[in-house]
Design a protein around this ligand. Sequence first.
Ligand code: TXE
Length: 480
Amino acid sequence: MTKIKNYINGDFHNPIQDNWLDNYNPSNGDVYGQIPNSSKDDVENAYNAAKAAFTSWSKTPLDERSRILIKISDLLEANLQRFAEAESKDNGKPISLAKAVDIPRAASNFRFFGNAITQFASESHESIEPNAINYTLRQPIGVVGCISPWNLPLYLFTWKIAPALVAGNCVIAKPSEVTPMTAFLLGEICNEAGLPKGVLNIVHGLGGSTGQAIIEHPDIKAISFTGGTSTGAHIAKIAAPMFKKLSLELGGKNPNIIFADCDYDDMLDTTVRSSFANQGQICLCGSRIFIEQSIYEQFKVDFVKKVKALKVGHPSKSDTNIGALVSKPHLEKVKDYIKIAKDENGTVLCGGHVVNVKGYENGYYLEPTVIEVPNNNCRVNQEEVFGPVVTIMPFASEDHVLEMANDVKYGLSATIWTNNLKRTMRMSSQLLAGIVWVNTWMLRDLRTPFGGVKASGVGREGGFEALRFFTEAKNVCIKY
Ligand code: TXE
């Protein structure tokens, strides 16, 4: 049994009230560890450590902060296999994905922001009045909270803490209680990299108690959150009257719009990936697929054939395409949506059943599922399923598909497949989304703004957007 601990003030601590949660291995349903179910007192200890470290950390020269983050990146890369195995075991994702995406991206997050901070300039203005100048100071906020989800555990955890730290803040971070392992392992890496004690504090526990204690803490001045839309709304209600800065990266129900003039084979291969990567547990997955009428029947045959060829298996196997879903409750939630879709006259073209992987019968496995839906108003097209389930339906015209694509409460990302430049520009400007991919999916440049509109969240992460979020701008005007 792996008993992980909170990382506070550079050391590892049991929860003060000695409350623990079971940690499950989704690939076989076994309890394989325990995590602290931390209380307000643990959060207060973390806050006091962060507060005590803030003065010196915020005054640490930029190039020293940068050097430490790049050292963390180097150490993550040197420990890739160990972290990838831990991530795959905790989340259920294939080891191939953890090794190729999750852990390298976590290392990139530290390296990118370790470099970006040295390029982060702020503006000055020769005033319109003679002999006066304005310049902007971008100062760290103080102690900030970072709360992250279970789908891309270390990837999204570090996407928040890297910019927060390098901007000079001290951090209290809570990973999801469902996937705590790699955040726990990160603590040792930070110590080895020379991150001063108390600068980063990692507190584990349930969202409604430990997470809530972070949100409610009067002296934690900013919260960066990624997770469900309903949770985001709940957090905003608490944080707003406390005037905390908020960054909310929430759910998505992303359209994947396919025109007949696309590069068909490239579209097909990428659409399989954008539908089922990480068992469909990525907020950016294209879960609503709209296909131009003239190629709809052909697409249906070709896409279903490729989906049926995907291998559902144990995450540790190198030939596994679809691993285990993250938890039993989540598996049940996704299965419910398949039933709801059928009740609303959807037709399951392939998948729809749990899979008994030999030797791992208690694991949380589900076939990749394609459902043909009669319209865009059905629940499976309106609500985030967050599993290996996509819907398909034809569209007759650009206006028709644009209306359907935007007719959902979310607005995170959208994908368009076409070689028509004018159509690309028209559609991209009218799609209600924070990210639009054309003839690709999940091609990421960390300098670009990342986030959604409508119920997909508030604010942007990435590049200088993240550094602006984690700093306060102060304008100084001098008359000389
Ligand atoms: O998110 P939650 P989960 C969506 C997806 C998924 C749903 C729930 O639909 O099914 O959200 O996933 C902490 N105060 N996405 O359970 O519950 C919680 O402990 C403070 C999309 O992961 O929102 C965890 O650390 N914190 C998303 C984090 O919030 C609270 C990726 C996320 O938990 C809290 C993941 C509270 N009251 C899920 N309640 C994306 N856009 O990438 C919970 N938490």
